[in-house]
Design a protein around this ligand. Structure first.
Ligand code: ADP
Ligand code: DP6
Ligand code: CO
Length: 328
């Protein structure tokens, strides 16, 4: 029997950038995201008495111990809950570039939490799944839900999880400009840790978050996609500003990212409602009306290639599936 589970990536509109507790992953602040249909992970966990260590096969390639660490954290928690000691084989397919700032850790670790708990015979609530996924990668706790989700920071392992905010059943979408799908130099985990420890701008980032979050929730409640984009763009710029103040300083931006951001500003001059956000990587995501996705894409084809531009709509939460897309 297989336990294939699919989880979609999510992109934060109010970013998670820093941990209060690095061991159990308690964030410094609440964050809020939109789950998307275009990018996802499918994972199947099999507990097997014959295994002496956990194994992770990502896109049919066996992974080294380092990339197994996030996975082991989730598997250990599942084993503890289920009262078993059996090692597991994890098969996973990413329909999203891995470690490129496109949130593969969110869909990857959420799918793992879902499949591992099923394979161990646990029947977890969404809240428990969110808590479990969070231990693998913080952003993964939001991918349990479709639409908009808020990760409420909490203060302990049990009290830090995401909750659904809005199904996003309205005119909002995201257009991805892929400028580089290769693995980044500084992982999200290392980048945020360095920033918290060394950047004098970090406190400024924290100080303005409360305002951004409440304004964002109000904009979502009003289904005001323009306002959502405006707040998300300024929130992302503040997050990226903190990395320049770190020691040693770093940035996720490349010249191509700047070109993409300029293209978004140009779209606004032409009268479109379009704003950008960026994560721990050089790729740029445009927040716009779902009904204008194709029109906006057509404009961007002047500056970028078809394969660089990916339209996304709000996506669903965790799903049990029969078979992975790649094996159909
Ligand atoms: P991203 O921007 O893609 O989320 P991160 O630096 O946050 O980048 O995380 C990338 C890491 O997440 C990978 O190096 C790998 O360890 C882990 N990861 C990504 N996809 C999966 C998956 N499907 N299953 C298990 N782990 C995964
Ligand atoms: C910039 O969740 O990938 O995308 O918890 O260390 O695994 P770990 O980091 P991760 O960080 C995501 C950072 C971000 C913003 C966000 O998704 O909220
Ligand atoms: Co990540």
């Amino acid at each position: 029997m297989s336990n294939w589970v699919r989880a979609h990536t999510n992109i934060a509109l109010i970013k998670y950038w820093g941990k209060e507790n690095e061991n159990v992953i308690i964030p410094m602040n609440n964050s809020l995201s939109l789950t998307l249909d275009a990018f996802y992970t499918e994972t199947n966990v099999t507990f097997n008495e014959n295994l002496t260590t956990d194994e992770l096969y990502l896109d049919n390639q066996i992974q080294d111990f380092d990339s197994l660490l996030k996975v082991k954290t989730v598997l250990d928690l599942v084993r503890k809950k289920a009262g078993i000691k059996t090692k597991a084989r994890v098969d996973s397919f990413n329909y999203v570039p891995t470690a490129a700032g496109l949130a593969s850790s969110a869909s990857g670790l959420a799918a793992l939490a879902g499949s591992a708990s099923l394979a161990a015979g646990l029947n977890l609530s969404q809240k428990e799944l969110s808590t479990l996924a969070r231990r693998g990668s913080g952003s993964a706790c939001r991918s349990i839900y479709g639409g908009f989700a808020e990760w409420q920071k909490g203060h302990s392992h049990e009290t830090s999880f995401a909750v659904p905010v809005d199904e996003a059943n309205w005119d909002i979408g995201m257009l991805f400009i892929i400028v580089n799908d290769k693995q980044k130099d500084v992982s999200s985990r290392d980048g945020m840790s360095r920033t918290v420890k060394t950047s004098p701008f970090y406190q400024g980032w924290l100080d303005s978050l409360g305002q951004d979050l409440s304004a964002m929730k109000e904009a979502i409640a009003k289904q005001d996609s323009h306002k959502v984009g405006e707040i998300a763009e300024r929130n992302a710029l503040k997050m990226h500003a903190t990395t320049l103040g770190a020691t040693p300083p770093f940035t996720y931006w490349s010249p191509e990212s700047m070109r993409a951001m300029d293209a978004v500003r140009k779209l606004r001059k032409q009268g479109y409602s379009a704003h950008f956000t960026m994560d721990a990587g050089p790729n740029v995501k445009i927040i716009c009306k779902q009904s204008e996705l194709e029109e906006i894409k057509a404009h961007l084809l002047n500056d970028f290639t078809e394969s660089q531009l990916i339209s996304a709509k709000p996506g669903p939460g965790l799903q049990k599936i029969e078979k992975p897309d790649l094996l159909k």
